[in-house]
Design a protein around this ligand. Structure first.
Ligand code: T4K
Length: 413
């Protein structure tokens, strides 16, 4: 993907949004473009699978990936599953969660749906505006006699306040589980993220920096919990034929997905290096733009840098996050408003709890100002430079941009 070579924008009217010319990038730049490892290695593995004629049901590649992943997740046992959402559902069920479970609303909707789907009520908790993670002090205020657990989400791979959550869970006899969908190979106080809580759930969806096409896993130190989940993801089948000993579902990962995972795992260090280089580049190129701040990562811990997250302060930038997203998208930079509008503003939660936003002021603010930019193997320094130049230009000219956008929307009414 190349930026349009000689298109230097000097006037607001030249932006593609205002019909000023062709977009800055000829092809769409997505957030979440998959990083693929060595194609030849993947195809060799695909051939192996066909030769073996063992396509799914705990095949050799699934078992190998399960073992290898532990070096990147932490925890003692890894149970691979068909996707992160099923992994969340199975982990919640295996842990015996019921009644009410406290979760952040500032997360991908799967965190809440995985509970709701099992008729567990997700009780939405506000977040810490600095870390974007669930605020433990507010968790405590939401505990009722019906509460059975807490699901912390390590948003953008940055760890929750694990100590405070562990303490609350212990004092109130609650289960503590983590949605670590963003946090593969991230650490907290030098320990891999899957070493905490009763279980941690990972996602290997195509858009994650290490993918298995679709996939997920639950990691735990508890051998009994792991065996329970192995039964649950395979219809409850025990050893031998026709031996159903548990109520289960189909949450199995197939061999072709595991083959992709093993192949991508061989490139995981290079993916992280690329993400880190991109992150540093964004950091340099976005410095000193009023009202635009790039979230930071703790450099003393392991991170995967798979998300480039900006917060836009409209007072200082002179433009709202949504205006900026519209202009960037017209230039084929498909910036995303994760996690807009917050789970509590999505169905069925919006109808169930129409007043929940009153308890979620930080989440409400955050969902208005956060945006995610493209990174991974699909971008390079030149592309990043171009994206950041555009953002700088838009903020510099925010007065004119806002006026022109306003004029357009008034004329369309
Ligand atoms: N918990 C958390 C905290 C999560 O973030 C997620 C998933 C889960 C749980 C559940 O895990 P999974 O069940 O998904 O394993 C995406 C992903 O679908 C979702 O996996 C992810 N989080 C979430 C943050 O983002 P969308 O709807 O925003 O984007 P999507 O899937 O349409 O893809 C984004 C862009 O990526 C597309 O516009 C184009 C590009 N893309 C996508 C795919 C699938 C490609 O270029 N190639 C592709 O194959 O949800």
């Amino acid at each position: 993907m190349q930026a349009q070579e000689n298109r230097v924008i000097t006037k607001v009217e030249e932006l593609a949004f205002f019909g000023g010319g062709s977009p800055a990038f000829p092809d769409k730049l997505h957030v979440g473009r998959p990083n693929n490892g060595d194609k030849k290695r993947f195809l060799e593995r695909a051939e192996d699978i066909l030769e073996r004629c063992w396509l799914t049901n705990d095949g050799p590649y699934v078992n190998e990936l399960q073992q290898r992943l532990l070096d990147y997740t932490g925890g003692k046992h890894c149970v691979l599953m068909s996707n992160g959402t099923i992994a969340l559902e199975i982990a919640a069920r295996a842990l015996g969660l019921k009644g009410e479970v406290i979760v952040p609303s500032f997360t991908f909707v799967a965190t809440a749906h995985a509970l709701q789907w099992q008729e567990i009520t997700p009780v939405f908790c506000d977040v810490d505006p600095l870390t974007h993670n669930i605020d433990p002090y507010k968790v405590e205020q939401l505990i009722t006699p019906k509460t059975t657990g807490i699901v912390g989400v390590h948003v953008w791979g940055r760890p929750c306040n694990i100590e405070a959550l562990t303490d609350i869970a212990y004092r109130h006899n609650l289960k503590l589980m983590f949605d670590a969908a963003h946090a593969l190979r991230c650490s907290h106080q030098g320990q891999l993220i899957g070493d905490f809580g009763e279980a941690s759930v990972f996602s290997f969806h195509a858009t994650k920096f290490m993918h298995t096409f679709e996939g997920g896993a639950v990691v735990t130190d508890d051998a009994q919990l792991a065996s329970k989940m192995r039964l649950m993801k395979n219809f409850g089948f025990g050893p031998g034929y026709d031996n159903v000993i548990y109520s289960g579902t189909n949450g199995k990962m197939s061999e072709i997905c595991a083959a992709m995972g093993l192949t991508n795992l061989e490139s995981i260090n290079s993916f992280i290096d690329i993400n880190y280089d991109n992150y540093q580049h964004y950091q340099r190129e976005l410095s000193n733009i009023p009202g635009v701040s790039l979230i930071s990562y703790n450099e003393f811990e392991k991170n995967n840098y798979q998300y480039i997250i900006l917060e836009i302060d409209p007072e200082q930038a002179g433009i709202t996050r949504d205006q900026l997203v519209k202009i960037l998208q017209a230039e084929n930079i498909l910036a995303r408003r994760y996690f807009f509008p917050g789970c509590h503003n999505m169905e069925p939660y919006r109808s169930y709890f129409p007043n929940s936003k009153l308890l979620l002021p930080e989440t409400e603010r955050l969902t208005q100002k956060v945006l995610s930019l493209p990174t991974g193997t699909a971008v390079n320094n030149e592309i990043i430079r171009k994206i950041c130049q555009l953002i700088r230009f838009i903020v510099q000219k925010s007065d004119e941009v806002s006026k022109l956008m306003h004029k357009i929307s008034s004329s369309q009414m």
